[in-house]
Design a protein around this ligand. Structure first.
Ligand code: SF4
Length: 98
């Protein structure tokens, strides 16, 4: 059994109202969902609880946007991703139709 040391980093995230955002994403592994035509970060949450691990940079754990050029078997193969407002408050802006 292996564990992954290197998943695509959330290089920048402009969804500043997210509880995991403190000058960037600190969720250990975000999930990108595919509601409708969007590639929306499903880990986005607004809560009084400060989320994540302070010294960890967020990364993409899984992605349901299978029509993205960076998607292989529901995993993201981009070097890193950018998240920010798009159709939703927290879209994957690195999404690229295949
Ligand atoms: S770049 Fe593509 S595969 Fe990677 S998280 Fe964004 S939408 Fe998913």
């Amino acid at each position: 059994m292996k564990t992954l040391l290197q998943m695509p980093a959330v290089r920048t995230c402009a969804a500043v109202s997210c509880s995991f955002n403190d000058g960037g994403c600190h969720a250990p592994a975000v999930t990108v969902a595919a509601p409708g035509a969007t590639a929306s970060c499903a880990t986005f949450v607004e809560s009084p609880v400060h989320g994540g691990i302070a010294d960890v940079t967020g990364s993409v754990g899984s992605c349901a946007r299978t029509d993205c050029a960076h998607n292989t078997s529901l995993a993201c193969t981009a070097p890193s991703v950018t998240v920010g407002p798009g159709v939703t408050a927290s879209d994957c802006l690195t999404y690229q139709p295949a």
